[in-house]
Design a protein around this ligand. Sequence first.
Ligand code: C5P
Length: 283
Amino acid sequence: MIIKNAYAKINIGLRILRKRPDGYHDLETVFHRVNVKDELKFEEAKLVTVNSSHPHLPNERYNLCARAAMLYKRHFGVKKGVSISLKKNIPIGAGLGGGSADAAATLLAINELWNQNYSAEELLPLAATLGSDIPFFLKNESAYATGRGEELLYFKLDIPYWIVVVYPNVHVSTPWAYSQLKVNSEKLKVGLNNILLQHINEPKSWSQTIQNDFEENVFAHHPFIAEVKLNLIESGAVFAQMSGSGSSVYGMFYEEETAKRVVEEMKVNFPVFLTPPNFHPEN
Ligand code: C5P
């Protein structure tokens, strides 16, 4: 049996650069892991099956873990099965990459379970076929992502702040969020990774340079998410932003005491996750 922890991500900055002829969007973002994880167990079996703790996950045919395993079998010509059990802790439709983290964990786990030794680089095309965010989750470091999210430059990013992630109990569909964007002109990359590293000690300046292009439209349809963000800033966050296409919002705090107080206040109404400074998921 193989056990994997699939950690969620946040996006620090997300710039939509252009709409592509294939319907996807070129973007620029920084992916960074936070302290909330799905727990997966993999056992050899005759067929590919998924059991989930979550009542509303898509049924097996559409579950991303099952699709990942089926794609792997087809692609590498493996005639084996796997029984997957998935304990969901990462909220769905939250902009935290939960489904993507699970799919990447599945590719890595069956690679071991079925005694295949494909590298993360060899698994990347499969991951990208399953979803734009999935390649990032094949490695544990933070990454600067371009293209549709699958062109990755991993780099060491220590965030020296407490991060409070709040899920405002709103489900935002990613295709819907993209369909709401009005992309009139092409934008050039600004190098969000370098901006972050150069200004890591001045988080109050980030709101000028590090923006999430989904916020405007998503906030217009769900003003409540904007309220949660404002609440984090009023509670002392030095930087706050929506993650991905939403709906989760995170705040960064200098002080443990303030961050923990915000968690206590918020958790009455919402799922909240606290990440300590310089957090990196274990391997
Ligand atoms: O790749 P994934 O399946 O996660 O994407 C879901 C949807 O989000 C796509 O069908 C597309 O509408 C949109 N998308 C996009 N540009 C990206 C990523 C996703 O337009 N870079």
